[in-house]
Design a protein around this ligand. Structure first.
Ligand code: ZN
Length: 273
């Protein structure tokens, strides 16, 4: 198996400080949390910016500031969101953070009902997103919330919009999407082209069991407050790093070495900083 790549999704666009007061919001808080996760063993930081009041933001200045603060601290791989959920804004603002040339950006190839709202990724937007990523040299992380999104992604790969080794992130347990079960993860991992890289994220109580499945199945894993704010039942996590530390311990016990950022770059075929 490849070394294990741990992604820390430290803030997200939905989690609130009411749910966990340790949620990083400001660029400085986000950068510090990313740095702590890097120290704990994460090699990728998946980032959403927020306004001062906590509102999700796609303002390019905020992403540029976060990227600078993170890169001044450590060599973690930066992954920016292009989210199509909730208050994401218009298409151009969603694409804005890509101008900062993060090494990875999220690429959701389809739409769905998500809880009581819509996550919209129209065919024309998805193609625009793919072209913009190619222009900026950003590796798409293909986020799969529902099974049909795999086929949509493979069509786009055939069109030349997704190149190199494909990287899938299975995001499980989101209401309206794929439930977080071992059967579903098995099916997903067998439904992508052989040789692709995949990682698994799951929300709420699904996070830890799906992460453990990812470790033993040879995939990669994502943790962090974006997906879950608890350390265990009724006990809030103190920090994103605490969640990363636990996974590093489990991986070591299970005999799966954890990748440093430089090793994760080689595994995913990234050009480097
Ligand atoms: Zn995200």
């Amino acid at each position: 198996m490849e070394k294990l790549i741990i992604t820390a999704a430290v803030t997200g666009g939905v989690t609130t400080v009411q749910q966990n007061p340790n949620l990083p919001i400001s660029p400085e808080q986000i950068a510090q949390s990313v740095y702590d996760c890097w120290n704990a063993g994460a090699s990728i930081a998946h980032i959403h910016a927020r306004e001062e009041d906590g509102t999700p933001s796609q303002k390019v200045e905020l992403y540029a500031e976060i990227a600078d603060l993170v890169r001044a601290r450590c060599d973690i791989i930066v992954n920016f969101t292009t989210t199509g959920w909730g208050q994401a804004g218009d298409e151009e603002s969603r694409l804005g953070p890509l101008a900062c040339k993060p090494e990875i950006g999220t690429f959701t190839p389809g739409s769905m009902n998500r809880k009581d709202s819509l996550m919209i990724n129209s065919p024309s937007f998805v193609r625009k997103l793919g072209r913009r990523m190619l222009e900026h040299g950003v590796k798409p992380e293909i986020e799969i919330f529902d099974f049909g999104m795999i086929d949509q992604a493979l069509k786009l790969a055939k069109e030349g919009l997704l190149t190199g080794r494909l990287l899938f992130q299975f995001v499980l347990g989101v209401e309206g999407g794929i439930p977080a079960t071992t059967k579903n993860l098995q099916h997903l991992s067998e439904s992508i082209p052989a040789g692709s890289a995949w990682s698994v994220a799951a929300v709420g109580r699904g996070q830890l069991p799906m992460n453990l499945m990812g470790i033993v199945m040879g995939g990669h894993i994502r943790t962090g407050f974006e997906d879950n704010v608890y350390y265990k039942y009724r006990e809030l996590a103190k920090s994103n790093a605490q969640l990363v530390e636990r996974l590093v311990r489990y991986a070591e016990e299970l005999g799966r070495p954890v990748a440093k950022p430089s090793e994760a770059r080689a595994i995913l075929g990234l050009g480097g900083m």
